[in-house]
Ligand binder design. Structure first.
Ligand code: ADP
Ligand code: MG
Length: 265
């Protein structure tokens, strides 16, 4: 692995998280910084072992690896939905260990957006109402909420379907709704677990384009994926194997072995 010394192997496609930091805005606080993270499910499952990396604002990062390699566990920890067994997780510079649940809830609500393979929309609410509901949870209501909902629905290309219920939407439209909902509060970290796992190839490609178009200097997007074309489109790939982060690959890709299998986890 490359070191973080300035000028160390700058052209190398495989870099450590620290040199990725050096390549970006020096001194920027990473949105995600995990160090020596482990997660053990008793009695004997070591879902994560000594995982360390950083993610900066402005980055798109794919987490790849075989079924059971720890991807979902890692994403749950990044989303503050699970706590590690040991190691540290700094979110936007704040050590999350031992934070009162009120603070963790505030991070989850205000700073993190979640997108799942199964969309998880509220079935009895329309597209617009699903987005408004998410804003309501963040305390944003009334005209301001309506304005944001309109903007986000337009952003994902669903103006025509704004008053439709989820069961009348295609898979791609449901995922667009889920994306509009997830970005409604302008989260700094957008976490996606197999976001294209239920979609045909063409729809998956358009959802991927949409997700990557969300990346800006004020946020980062993390995508757990089995799909090597999704992984290849991200700026960085973290390769998981049996709970260990075996490789970090940066830059555009051509035919890497992403270590994934075909079957969806
Ligand atoms: P992936 O998403 O890469 O398929 P997971 O993170 O879901 O992998 O799982 C990693 C390992 O941890 C697997 O061996 C899985 O069986 C185990 N595991 C995940 N969640 C739990 C849990 N809640 N209780 C016990 N074992 C779990
Ligand atoms: Mg999984």
């Amino acid at each position: 692995m490359a070191t973080n010394e300035a000028g160390a192997a700058p052209e190398s496609p495989v870099v450590s998280a620290r040199s990725a930091v050096a390549e970006n805005e020096a001194g920027a606080v990473p949105i995600v910084a995990v160090e020596a993270l482990t997660k053990t499910f008793p009695p004997t499952t070591h879902a994560l072992t000594d995982v360390s990396f950083e993610i900066l604002l402005g980055q798109s990062v794919a987490i790849i690896g075989k079924s059971g390699s720890g991807k979902s566990t890692l994403l749950s920890i990044l989303g503050l939905l699970e706590t590690p067994t040991s190691g540290t997780y700094r979110f936007a510079g704040t050590d999350t260990q031992g934070l009162p649940s009120r603070r963790l809830t505030a991070f989850r609500r205000d700073s993190i957006g979640y997108i799942f393979q199964a969309y998880n929309l509220v079935e009895y609410l329309t597209v617009r109402e699903n987005v408004l509901h998410a804003l309501d949870i963040k305390g944003i209501r009334g005209e301001q909420a309506e304005r944001i909902a309109e903007e986000k629905i337009a952003r994902v290309g669903l103006e025509e379907r704004r008053d439709a219920y989820p069961q009348t939407l295609s898979g791609g439209e449901q995922q667009r709704t889920a994306i509009a909902r997830a970005i409604a509060g302008a989260p700094q970290l957008l976490l996606c677990n197999e976001p294209t796992g239920n979609l045909d190839e063409r729809t998956a490609a358009s959802i991927l384009d949409l997700l990557l178009s969300m990346v800006s200097p004020t946020n980062a997007v993390v995508i757990v994926t089995h799909d090597s074309s999704v992984a290849a489109a991200c700026q960085r790939r973290l390769v998981m194997s049996d709970g260990v982060l075996t490789e970090q690959i940066s830059g555009s890709d051509s035919g890497i072995d992403d270590g994934t299998d075909e079957e969806s986890a």
